[in-house]
Ligand binder design. Structure first.
Ligand code: PBG
Length: 324
């Protein structure tokens, strides 16, 4: 017998495998999410996200300097709002001296070149833990959109490079683009959480920000995980409305969606490797059931191979260290 095509030739050694690798991770691929809390010198580990922290602004700036030093280009900011400041109108979200606004300023002052992205949604500020304004049992769309637009403007004024609406209300991208234009922020970008599914994998994140919904769930705004075409519809509409970068979220259970979106659009596609995905790897590694480093690189490479140009991941720093 003689075989004409010997595929194993291309897998013979680490050098050959590296030469023909179709997907390579680089520090440019990652967006590092950061959780910020009030105080000084604060660094609190998040129980359901071992090895991940909530930090005060001073410690956040230190961390961001380290991330930038490692070659990471962008951070995505989330703040933990104090309970006393939560209401049903997002009042604190618009405070120009709020924790988010101060964080943006502090980071941009320390590192003007780093790309600062900010979460835009009401849940951390909401007494109901919902992403929008609540009336009765309903999360009302249009009033929420008005508020999200104002919130985006407030982040832009503080110096955000991209606002990242994660709420899944209808029409918010257009409203945000309009308010930014009307106020001279034509250079501020929008990374839209376009296909965001109602997922159990956000559990640890809601611990981190103490933002779990007080009643019901998020299924009237976040997408049903049974759906595929709806992801394309949502994404194309966000692009028409002015999204610069679109996102699929979560990542690992939605690799098919990432690929379909990537094939359907001409803007950069991001994927959010979410808190529950982080927690699963951490937990298995702690039990000695998985090699953590290998699980991180395989997961992130798969997300990129599926079509993600950018990956928001709590493993951003680990990944860069593993790659170097
Ligand atoms: C809030 C928001 C959530 C996440 C990002 N922005 C939680 C939610 O929608 O309930 C989840 C991120 C993660 O799990 O890592 N709108």
């Amino acid at each position: 017998m003689y075989i004409l095509r010997r595929n194993r030739i291309l897998r013979r050694s680490p050098a050959v495998r590296a030469m023909v690798a179709e997907t390579n991770l680089t520090p440019n691929d990652f967006i590092a999410p950061l959780f910020i809390t009030e105080g000084n010198q604060v660094q609190e580990e998040i129980t359901s996200m071992p090895g991940y922290y909530r930090r005060s602004i001073d410690n956040t700036v230190k961390e961001v300097k380290e991330l930038w030093g490692l070659g990471l280009k962008s951070v995505l900011l989330f703040v933990k709002c104090e309970d006393a400041l939560k209401d049903n109108a997002g009042t604190e979200a618009l405070n120009k001296n709020g924790l988010m606004q101060r964080s943006i300023k502090a980071i941009k002052e320390a590192l003007p070149e780093i790309v600062v992205m900010t979460d835009v949604a009401l849940d951390p500020y909401s007494s109901f833990g919902h992403d929008g304004i609540v009336e009765g049992q309903e999360i009302v769309n249009d009033k929420t959109v008005e508020l999200l637009a104002k919130m985006s403007l407030s982040h832009a004024r503080a110096g955000a490079d991209f606002v990242a609406p994660s709420d899944m209300m209808d029409g918010r991208i257009l409203a945000i683009r309009e308010i930014l234009e009307q106020n001279g922020f034509s250079q501020t970008g929008i990374m839209s959480y376009s296909a965001k599914y109602a997922s159990c994998f956000y559990g640890p994140f809601r611990d981190a920000l103490d933002s779990a919904p007080g009643f019901g769930d998020k299924k009237t705004y976040q997408m049903n995980y049974a759906n595929r075409l709806e992801a394309i519809k949502e994404t194309l509409m966000d692009i028409e409305e002015g999204a610069d970068i679109v996102m699929v979220k979560p990542a690992m259970a939605y690799l098919d969606i990432i690929r379909e979106v990537k094939n359907a659009v001409e803007v950069p596609v991001s994927a959010y490797h979410v808190s529950g995905e982080y927690a699963m790897i951490k937990a298995a590694a702690k039990m000695g059931w998985l090699d953590e480093g290998k699980a991180i690189l395989e997961s992130l490479t798969s997300i990129k191979r599926a079509g993600a140009d950018l990956i928001a991941t709590y493993f951003a720093k680990d990944a860069v260290k593993l790659l170097s």
